[in-house]
Design a protein around this ligand. Structure first.
Ligand SMILES: *Cc1c(COP(=O)(O)O)cnc(C)c1O
Length: 221
């Protein structure tokens, strides 16, 4: 199957109002162009320098999303152009993104990553940490950051009831946060959840952005 056919397959399972983030990490510029020529414009990468290199060499109407764990000292590589950082998992990182937003004179869109998986290695705020953070922090401290929503990753498991439980949980957390802290902010509207193996389930739980890699580009080497 070609990349264009893979995309078509994913698209047929995706409601029109859900954004498709084509996760192109570790794949070549040529593969990205195949997807671009099939009409895709949003691409996700998980390494800052790789993203920077691809941004420099690929069409400028691509909307680049950063989806992986972001180290503070790497923010500078992507701050000038990144459209959305999905994976903000600490106050320190938010502070750094704000600093580089100011340096670049632009407001950087971000999602806060919530830890919903049972695995230890997944990053993100735990539910209560997230509420505590939003409670004590005045977001006015971060004028160069715009909070657009939440992101989460389910446990890597075959057990679909567990994945479903985690998506349901994140969806509930999103509703709580929206209701308590952003009731009139229309820009706080994005829930990034779902990958190749579970995106239809994520959509059924209210995902507005799915991050699909291997189903489009094939397995990473
Ligand atoms: C790699 C990655 C994806 C895509 O995973 P696939 O299973 O290949 O679709 C999605 N989200 C994040 C955060 C990733 O690192």
């Amino acid at each position: 199957m070609s990349i264009a056919e893979n995309i078509q397959n994913v698209r047929t399972q995706l409601p029109k109002n859900v954004k498709l983030i084509c996760v192109s990490k570790f794949h070549s510029g040529e593969s990205i162009l195949d997807a671009y020529n099939a009409g895709e414009r949003i691409f996700g990468e998980s390494r800052a320098q790789e993203l920077r290199t691809k941004y420099d060499s690929l069409p400028k109407d691509i909307e680049w999303h950063f989806i992986g764990h972001l180290q503070k000292n790497k923010v500078k590589y992507i701050a000038p152009f990144v459209s959305l950082i999905h994976s903000v998992d600490s106050e320190d990182l938010l502070t750094e993104i704000n600093r580089y937003g100011e340096k670049n004179n632009r407001i950087i869109n971000v999602l806060l990553q919530v830890h919903i998986a049972q695995e230890e290695q997944k990053f993100g705020f735990f539910e209560q940490e997230l509420y505590d953070f939003l409670e004590k922090e005045s977001l006015e401290k971060y004028p160069f950051v715009k909070l657009r929503g939440l992101m989460g990753m389910a446990t890597f498991t075959e057990d679909s009831t567990q994945i479903e439980r985690e998506f349901a949980s994140l969806s509930g957390i999103f509703q709580n946060v929206k209701h308590a802290y952003f009731p009139t902010d229309e820009a706080f509207c994005e829930l990034s959840m779902g990958m190749s193996d579970d995106f239809p389930l994520a959509v059924s739980y209210g995902s507005t952005m799915v991050r699909v890699g291997s189903l489009i580009f094939g397995e990473r080497g």
